[in-house]
Each structure stands twice: as structure tokens, then as C-alpha cells.
Design a protein around this ligand. Structure first.
Ligand SMILES: *Cc1c(COP(=O)(O)O)cnc(C)c1O
Length: 353
């Protein structure tokens, strides 16, 4: 009897797809996934969970949307919740299709999802300072993308792009019937205000945010902010119960009752990031890039070996060298974790000299 081989049935674009790399690597200090290092235990801020598990969750997640609306001062009707912002990226591409244009290197999911859905990807390389090139403007006019994704601050480079430059992109896109998605996953760590104030000026602007990087990665809550007419279209592909009842309840309580604590954590991370930036820049042979996020990108010779030696000491960072030569990305941890990371890194580099 012939063995059934699923691969023969897989759509061509999926067969060629490399999945997003996410696996648990055992370590002592985890600085690889841009999570918050501050433990947020459920029992620390919720004593009773008032959820009826026999019922489906609220398909419109009204309470959670209202809790978010209060925080960002935008009507809740302009907010859609996703199972992480990853899901919302998926919905955007599923709804509007391609071509999908994005600068590169950037967050891997724009490309992976575009490929899964089967639409054309257009990548525009960032310049040596990891800034967006002028060619993006030309590409909007000539390639007619339907969606343009810009992560600002950008992952994995850490810099944010100038407001003026992005406004020019949004304006050009608006004249060419393209939607611009500003992915503000790291906005809470950034000194600039982000693009919420510009929503009223542009119908083709969508903003993505997430609770993942500010302490609630385990919950999977991302949100999309845009005009009601855009949300109406995206809602057609959204699965009816995409955010479960427990998540809706806990995220709502966290936003309504625990937000000042989350803010303190963010302030602490920014302080630690600036310190870490300074310390890394003192290390000879190491090139550190400016960051407006909760992680720092740096280049070092033999980066893959440095990565492995750090891991041997129990410290897990992200090896970016397959996309940016010699680059490693370190997430900002607690004061103690950062100190330990710097100590071990200095020891490792000392061995080379
Ligand atoms: C981490 C990250 C996301 C994914 O966030 P989730 O809400 O956890 O799905 C989206 N965009 C960027 C740029 C990220 O770095």
C-alpha cells in the first residue's frame, strides 16, 4: 500500500515557506524574545476570575476594547483585538492582498504571512544607518502595493524612523490607494509619540499595537487601530471568537487596575536600556546601534561563537547574523540580568584578545 504523503498536496507557496523560528531554549537569563523581564503573576493582580466558561467569549470583545480606548484616547469603535498582533497582520493581508511592501530587515511575520497567503512581497533594503530609502516612494508609485508595513521602532534594528519620512510615505500611499500599517509594538519604549495623532488625517493609515512587549506576552493580545470603514472590511475575515474569554477578562483587569504598575516597568526598562547602550558602547570591537525599543542590536566579530558562549553561560540572546552580518540582539532584562549579561560578555570578549 502506498503511504499517504501530505507534502504532495501542499500549496506551492507553503512548500517553500520557512516557518517563524520560535522554540524554547533552556537558559538561566532569557534575553532573546523582547519580553518584559518583570514577572506578572496572575495571582498578583487578580484574586477572582469572573468568567463563565460554558459560554462563548464576547465576539466583539467590547469591554477589552473600551479598556484600551481609555488608555489611548481613541473611540473603541476604531479598535480591533487580535490573538496577538500577528493575527491582525494575517487578517490585513488576507483582506487586502498584495503586493505587500516593507523595508528589510524587519519583523519576519510580514513576509511569512504574505507568502502563506500567496501574495507578492516587495522588500526595500534599509540603508547603512537602518533608515528607509527614498526608493520606497518610487516603489509605491511603480509597484502599486496594497499594503505597506513599517515597524517603528523597527525590529530587529531598534531605531525608529523620522515622522516626516513616514508621513511622506503615508501621503504617497494615499494618492496610490495603498494602506500603510505602522507597527508600533515598541512604541511604549520610544521617545516619539507615534502615529495615533495622525489617524484623523489619513483614511489609509492603520496602527498595530500589542500588550506582548509590555509584560503580557503570555496573554496574546494585539490590537489594530484604524477607521471604522477599514475595520468593517477586516471584520469579514476575523474568526468570530478569536480572543478567548479568559484573555479578554484578564487583559481588561490588567488595563483598568494594574496599568500604573505596567508603566513603572516600562520606565525601568527605558532607564536600563540607556544604561546598557552606554556600557556596550565602551566595549572595544563592538558596534552598538541606537535603540528606541526594549532591545539593543549590536555587531561583534565571531558573533555566532559569542552567541554560543553566552548560551553556555546560561544567557540567551537572539542571533541575527543570518539577516544582519555579525549581529546579535539582546532584550533589556532586569538590572541584575543586564549586569550579569555585561559581565559574562566582557569575560568572553576578554578571551579573544
Ligand atoms: C513582537 C512583535 C509583534 C508581535 O506581537 P504579538 O502581539 O505578540 O503577536 C509584532 N510586530 C513586531 C514588530 C514585533 O516585534
Amino acid at each position: 500500500m502506498n503511504r499517504f504523503n501530505p507534502e504532495s498536496l501542499v500549496r506551492q507557496n507553503i512548500r517553500k515557506l520557512t516557518p517563524y523560528q520560535a522554540k524554547e531554549i533552556p537558559c538561566r537569563i532569557k534575553l532573546d524574545a523582547n519580553e518584559s523581564p518583570f514577572p506578572l503573576k496572575l495571582s498578583d493582580f487578580i484574586s477572582e476570575i469572573d468568567v463563565h466558561l460554558n459560554r462563548y467569549p464576547d465576539p466583539e470583545a467590547i469591554k477589552l476594547r473600551k479598556a484600551l480606548a481609555r488608555r489611548i484616547k481613541i473611540p473603541y469603535t476604531k479598535i480591533m483585538i487580535g490573538n496577538g498582533s500577528d493575527e491582525l497582520i494575517y487578517y490585513l493581508i488576507l483582506t487586502f492582498g498584495g503586493p505587500v511592501l516593507y523595508p528589510s530587515p524587519t519583523f519576519a511575520m510580514y513576509g511569512i504571512i504574505a507568502q502563506s497567503v500567496g501574495v507578492k512581497r516587495i522588500e526595500s533594503k534599509l540603508d547603512v544607518n537602518f533608515d528607509i530609502k527614498e526608493e520606497v516612494i518610487d516603489l509605491i508609485k511603480t509597484e502599486k502595493p496594497r499594503l505597506i508595513f513599517i515597524s517603528s521602532p523597527n525590529n530587529p534594528t531598534g531605531n525608529s524612523f523620522s515622522t516626516e519620512k513616514i508621513l511622506k510615505i503615508i501621503d504617497t500611499a494615499s494618492k496610490n490607494s495603498a494602506i500603510v500599517v505602522i507597527d508600533e509594538a515598541y512604541q511604549p519604549f520610544c521617545s516619539e509619540r507615534g502615529f495615533l495623532p495622525f489617524l484623523k488625517d489619513f483614511d489609509n493609515l492603520v496602527i498595530l499595537r500589542t500588550l506582548s512587549k509590555i509584560g503580557l506576552a503570555g496573554l496574546r493580545v494585539g490590537y489594530l487601530i484604524g477607521n471604522e470603514s477599514l475595520l468593517f472590511e477586516i471584520n469579514k475575515v476575523r474568526l468570530p471568537y478569536n480572543v478567548d474569554a479568559l484573555t479578554q477578562y484578564i487583559a481588561t483587569v490588567a488595563l483598568n487596575k494594574f496599568y500604573s504598575q505596567i508603566r513603572k516597568f516600562i520606565t525601568e526598562i527605558v532607564k536600563e536600556r540607556n544604561k546598557m547602550q552606554k556600557e556596550l558602547s565602551k566595549i572595544k570591537g563592538l558596534q552598538v546601534f541606537p535603540s528606541e525599543a526594549n532591545f539593543i542590536l549590536f555587531k561583534i566579530k565571531n558573533s555566532h561563537n559569542v552567541y554560543k558562549k553566552l548560551l553556555k553561560e546560561g544567557i540567551l540572546v537572539r542571533d541575527i547574523s543570518s539577516t544582519i552580518k555579525d549581529a546579535l540582539r539582546v532584550t533589556i532584562g532586569t538590572k541584575e540580568e543586564n549586569r550579569e549579561f555585561l559581565k559574562v560578555l566582557n569575560n568572553i570578549l576578554g578571551e579573544y584578545s
